[in-house]
Ligand binder design. Structure first.
Ligand code: SF4
Length: 502
C-alpha cells in the first residue's frame, strides 16, 4: 500500500472559481466579517472612518479591525506576522478581500485606536446581552499579573539606584588609586624590561586605559544620578527604563515578582464571558472591587448584581462603594491578625475570637472582659480611619494573657466602616457555593489568556496595554460565543444570511 499522495505541482488544476468557496460555511472568520461590518466606525471614533477629499486613500478601519480580531482569535498578535498572514492565509485573504496592508499600517492602527477597542468590546457585550448569553446574576472578579515589555534589569527603585551609584563611586575610587600607583611607577626607576611598559598601557604608566574606564564610569554615574533626580521629582519610588508605566508586581512565581501590570477582569457566571476588564499599575487588588463591579453592572445593564471575589478585595471603602451601587458582594473576611504574635510569631487568639458589640461599640474578649475604643488613627495612605480597642486593667490581671498577647495588653483594631466588611463576609459564609464557583468562573479565563500567550504585553505604556487587553478580552468572548451558538444563529443575530443560504 502506498502513502497518501499530494497533487503534482506542475499539474493544471480546476480550482474553485470563487474565493468564498475556500472558506468553510462554519468558519469563525465569517462571523468576524459580519459582526465588524455592522459596527458604526464613525460613531466609535476610529481613525480614517471618514475619508478626506485629497491625499492617499487609507484602509478602512473595518478591514484592519477584522485583521486584528482574526489575529487575536488565532494567537497572532505581532504586526509583522499579521502582514505575512495576509498574503498566505486563505481565510485572511477572503476576510480582507486580498488587501495586504504592511506591518507599519497594521501597527499604527492598533496604536492610534488603542482606547477604542474597549468600546468595541462593550458593543460586542451588548450583542451578547441581547442573545441572553449573560446570566447577569453572579459575577466573579479577579486580578492577575501580566509581564510588561521591560526586563527586571531595566527596572530600579530609588534604593537600588543609590546602591548602583555607590558601587560606581567605589570603582572610580579604586581606579583612581590604581592610576596614582601607575603614575608613581612611571616617574620612578626606569623599567628594565620594555614589555612591562607595554602591559601598563602603552608608555603612559597604564593611565590611558584607566582614564578611559574612569571617564565611562563618570558618564554612567551622571546618567544614574539623572534617573534618581527624575524619580525623586516624580514622587514615585521606582523607575522602569523601557516601559515607563510598568511597575514591580508581587507574585508567587518568577522569583517573587515581575515587571508588568495588574490585569483585572469581571467574568459572568453563565457562560464565563468577560463583562469588564481593566489594567492598573497597583500590585494590590484592594482598591479595584468597586470600579470593576460597577463596570460589569453597566456592561450588563442590570439594576442589581452579585459579585464574588477573594479576600484580597476586602477593602471597606470598595465594599461600601458596591453597596451604594446596588452590588451585593461576597468577599471572605481577612481578619486583623493571623492568630500569631507580631513579636515572636507564636500563636495567640485570633481576632475572630473577640465578639464585637455594635450597640455598645466594644469587644468582648475570650476572658470575659470588655475592650473599649481608646484611640483612633488613620491607615497608611490616610484613606481609612482605624479604631483601637483595649482594656489594660483587665489584661494586667488576666490568666489568659500568655495565650492572648505577647505584650502587656491586647489591642484589637477595627475600621470605622468595618461593618460593611463583616456584612460581605457573613454573606460569603452563608453561601459557600459562591466562593466555590469563583475559581471556576474567573481563574480559567486568565489561564486561557496566558495559554494563548497573552500573559506578556507587546506594547509599551498603560494606554497601549489597555488596548491590548481589550482586544484579548474581545477575542476571548468571541471564542466563547462561537462555542455556545451555531454559526447560523450568530449570523442571524447580526442580520446576515448564513453562508449555506447565500
Ligand atoms: S489578655 Fe486581655 S484581652 Fe486577652 S483574654 Fe485576657 S483580658 Fe481579655
Amino acid at each position: 500500500m502506498s502513502h497518501i499522495q499530494g497533487h503534482d505541482r506542475d499539474e493544471t488544476l480546476l480550482l474553485p472559481p470563487r474565493l468564498d468557496d475556500y472558506v468553510h460555511a462554519e468558519a469563525p472568520v465569517r462571523f468576524i466579517d459580519a459582526y465588524v461590518d455592522g459596527l458604526d466606525f464613525v460613531a466609535l471614533g476610529f481613525t480614517h472612518a471618514e475619508t478626506k477629499a485629497t491625499g492617499r486613500a487609507p484602509y478602512h478601519p473595518a478591514d484592519l479591525l477584522k485583521l486584528y480580531l482574526y489575529g487575536y482569535l488565532n494567537r497572532v498578535r505581532s504586526s509583522r506576522r499579521l502582514e505575512l498572514e495576509c498574503s498566505r492565509n486563505l481565510e485572511l485573504i477572503w476576510l480582507l478581500r486580498s488587501l495586504r496592508p504592511d506591518f507599519k499600517t497594521i501597527a499604527n492602527f492598533r496604536k492610534d485606536n488603542r482606547s477604542l477597542f474597549k468600546n468595541v468590546l462593550r458593543e460586542f457585550n451588548l450583542l451578547c446581552r441581547k442573545l441572553e448569553l449573560f446570566g447577569a446574576e453572579l459575577v466573579a472578579i479577579d486580578g492577575s499579573k501580566f509581564k510588561a515589555l521591560n526586563s527586571k534589569h531595566r527596572h530600579h527603585s530609588a534604593r537600588e539606584l543609590k546602591k548602583i551609584i555607590a558601587r560606581i563611586d567605589e570603582r572610580i575610587e579604586a581606579y583612581l588609586k590604581e592610576l596614582d600607583c601607575a603614575d608613581g611607577e612611571a616617574q620612578g626607576p626606569v623599567f628594565t624590561n620594555p614589555g612591562d611598559d607595554a602591559r601598563r598601557g602603552g608608555g603612559d604608566g597604564g593611565g590611558g586605559t584607566l582614564r578611559e574606564k574612569i571617564e565611562q564610569l563618570r558618564t554612567s554615574r551622571e546618567e544614574q544620578n539623572r534617573r534618581l533626580e527624575q524619580l525623586q521629582r516624580s514622587g514615585q519610588n521606582e523607575v522602569s527604563l523601557t516601559d515607563a508605566d510598568a511597575r514591580k508586581m508581587r507574585q508567587s512565581t518568577q522569583g517573587g515578582y515581575l515587571i508588568g501590570y495588574n490585569v483585572q477582569i469581571a467574568v459572568d457566571g453563565k457562560h464565563h464571558l468577560i463583562a469588564a476588564e481593566e489594567v492598573v499599575q497597583s500590585s494590590s487588588d484592594r482598591g479595584q472591587l468597586g470600579d470593576m463591579a460597577v463596570a460589569a453592572k453597566e456592561a450588563m445593564q442590570v439594576p442589581t448584581l452579585s459579585v464574588v471575589a477573594d479576600k484580597g478585595y476586602h477593602a471597606a471603602n470598595q465594599l461600601e462603594a458596591c453597596e451604594q451601587a446596588a452590588v451585593e458582594t461576597y468577599v471572605p473576611a481577612q481578619g486583623n491578625t493571623s492568630g500569631r504574635s507580631g513579636k515572636d510569631g507564636r500563636p495567640i487568639y485570633s481576632k475572630e475570637r473577640f465578639r464585637y458589640d455594635a450597640v455598645k461599640n466594644l469587644y468582648h474578649c475570650p476572658g470575659g472582659a470588655e475592650l473599649k475604643c481608646c484611640k483612633r488613627s488613620l491607615s497608611r495612605g490616610g484613606r481609612e480611619e482605624i479604631h483601637h480597642y483595649a482594656n489594660r486593667e483587665a489584661c494586667g490581671n488576666c490568666a489568659l494573657r500568655g495565650a492572648c498577647t505577647s505584650g502587656k495588653h491586647r489591642v484589637i483594631t477595627r475600621l470605622a466602616n468595618e461593618a460593611v466588611v463583616e456584612r460581605a463576609a457573613q454573606r460569603y459564609a452563608a453561601k459557600p457555593e459562591n466562593g466555590a464557583q469563583r475559581k471556576q468562573i474567573v481563574e480559567h479565563v486568565f489561564g486561557t489568556l496566558k495559554g494563548w500567550g497573552y500573559g506578556a504585553f507587546l506594547m509599551k505604556g498603560l494606554e497601549q496595554v489597555r488596548g491590548e487587553i481589550a482586544l484579548a478580552a474581545l477575542a476571548y468572548n468571541l471564542r466563547r460565543v462561537l462555542n455556545v451558538l451555531s454559526m447560523s444563529e450568530l449570523l442571524k443575530a447580526v442580520g446576515r444570511p448564513s453562508a449555506a443560504v447565500a
